[in-house]
Write a protein that binds this ligand. Sequence first.
Ligand code: FCB
Length: 470
Amino acid sequence: MLFTKNDFGDNFKWGVSTAAYQIEGAHNEDGKGSSIWDDFVQQKKKIFNGHQGNIACNFYHHYADDIALMYKMNIPNYRFSISWSRIFPHGTGVINYKGIDFYNRVIDFCLELGIEPWVTLYHWDLPSDLQKKGGWTNRDILQWFSDFVACCVKHFGDRVKHWMVMNEPMVFTGAGYFLGVHAPGKKGLSNFLASAHHAALCQAEGGRIIRSLHSDCKIGTTFSYSHIEPYRDQDRRDIIAAAKVDTMLNRMFIEPLLGMGYPSSSVPILNRIERYMLPNDDKKLVFDMDFIGLQNYTRELVTHAPLMPFMRAKIIKASKRNVPFTQMDWEVHPPSIYNALKRYNSYPGIKSIVVTENGAAFEDRLTDGMIDDKHRVQYLQNHIAQVLLARKEGVRVNGYFVWTLLDNFEWAEGYHPKFGLVHVDFNTQKRVIKNSGKWYSQFLKNTVSISKETESVSNTKGIEQFEGRS
Ligand code: FCB
C-alpha cells in the first residue's frame, strides 16, 4: 500500500522547525544581549566537548541562503523562534531595533518566496539579566514575558499568522530548573515548581495577548510528548511508576491549559505547586488555543526505582533494551507518534494538533559530496505513515514539521547529534542537502509515495536526480 502527500489533503501544513539559539550564532552582534544559553555554554562540563552556540549555523548572516534552500526543497512552512535578548537585550525595557529588523528580514524573505512563517516566542533562551532576578522562578516574569510577546506581535503580527507561545515548557523547566542539565542549570523541587507554574501562566497569558492584538492569527503552543509504557507490563509497581512519569512528561502543562488543573492525583508532590499560586491563578492558567503543537521523537519504558527521589521511577534507556535507537539514545518506535496523537485527540479541548517537531539524529557520512542517510529517510517515512493512520482514524492532526532543517547545536549534546535534512560543515558553513532532505522535497512536490510500513527504504527514487526548484 502506498500513499502520497495528497492523502493528507490540501490544507495539511508541511514544514521544518528550528530554534534561535540552535542556529543563529551572532551571539553578541548588533546589540543582542546575552541569554542563559550564552552563559550556560561557558560553564565547564555542561556541554558535550565544551561546544557552544556563539556561531552555530550562522543563520543570522546566512538566513537568505537558508530560506532560499527551503524554497528549493519545496518546504512551504517554516517554524523558527525569536531570540528574546535580540529584541530586549536586558530582557525588558529598551527595544533593540536591529533585532526587530533581523526578524523582519527573515519574515519578509519567507513571504517573498511563498513560505509561511510560524513563530515560536520562547524556545529556551531567556535573557541573562532576567535570570539574575530569578528567571522563571520569579513571578515578575509574567510582566517581562507579556511585554516581550506584545512587542513581537505588534512588530510582526501583520505578517505572521501562526504563533506558538512556548516550546516544550516541561523540558526547559525540568532540565533547566530541576535537573540542572540545561540552562540556567538550577536544581531542586522548589525551583522547578515555581518556574513550572510561572511558565504555565505565561503560556496562557501569551495566548491572550496575541489574540487581543491580532484576532486573525492562529495561536498555539508546543509540548513534548513521549509515549510512556511500563517496562514490565504486568508489574503493578512498574505500571504505577509509568503513570507518574507520564503525568510529569505528558500532562503537567497541557491539562492546566485546558482547564483541568495540575494532574497532582497521580504525583501528589505536585500539590506543592499551590505555594506559588495566587487567587484566580487556576483561571489564568486556561486559554483556548487554536492549535496544539505536539513534539514527539520516541517512547520511554519506565520501571519502579525505590531510590529515585519523588518519583520512585526510572526510564530505561533504549541502548539497554536491544531496540533500534538514535544518537540521542532514543528508541526508534514509530507507533509512539500515533499513540501521542490519539492521546491528545482524546482531550476534547484540543481543537487541532500540529506535529511541530519530529525527526531523528543519526551519524552521517559525507561521501562524494552526498549523504545517504537511509535511516533518517526511513524514520521520517514511518512516522509520517503513522500520522496518516491517525488522521484517517479521525484524529484532528493538521500539520507535520520535521526537526530540523540544518544540523545544529543540540543543547547539552553540542554539535554531536545530527538532526538536519541538510548537513552543515561548521568550519566552512557549507550546506549539503542530505538524501533525507531530497526525499522530503520530492515528497512535498508529490513525486514520491511511501509504502505504509517501510521496513527498508525502497522509495528514495528520484533522489539521485534531485535538482529542486530554482
Ligand atoms: C526538542 C527541542 C528541540 C530539539 C529537539 C531534538 O525537545 O524542542 O529544540 O532539541 O528536541
